[in-house]
Design a protein around this ligand. Sequence first.
Ligand SMILES: [Zn+2]
Length: 201
Amino acid sequence: MPTINRQISFTKDQLATIKEKASQPGFSHTQWGDDDLLDTRRIIREHYRNEQRLKCAYCMNPIASISANGANIEHIIPKSKKIEFIFEPKNLCVICPDCNEVKRSQEVTGDEPNPLKRNAIQYPRTSGAFKIVHPHFDNYSEHIIHANRIYIDITPKGHWTIGACKLNRFYHRFGVCEELVEDVALIEEEEAFHKFHEQPI
Ligand SMILES: [Zn+2]
């Protein structure tokens, strides 16, 4: 099952606010944080917090249940690249402050990886259109093994996501240390467990 099964559906009033904002001349992604979108952001954040059961869409670590800064709204196709998808329900999710910091610094330097395989006019409706493990379309555990601090790719999508979101940050900071070795042992135990249970009787 994907991480998100139900996209946000905006009310008539919320859609009117969105439409008005998006139709302002010169509307750009830098206006996402404007005060008149405060309520819209709150509604989106709360919806995906619940839908994702307080887990970050990229690293699966816990996100804050109350603090707005601890649960950042993410545009899966970056809003700086595709302004037309800035309010697209399937393009939205919530992520943790660390993943957000990675994405934010990429936006500042203009180095955001583009998760789309090819350019899209309409928002794609299938997993295959994306290089990223998409929380609305993909089952995370089919693409990435995540045990404590380690992330291992199972598929090209998993590989792309681990790289784009710099998920192995613990390893990059501390290298191979005791905690990491313990995590590897945990993964090996899990794999052995699954193999054992997958064997035909
Ligand atoms: Zn995260």
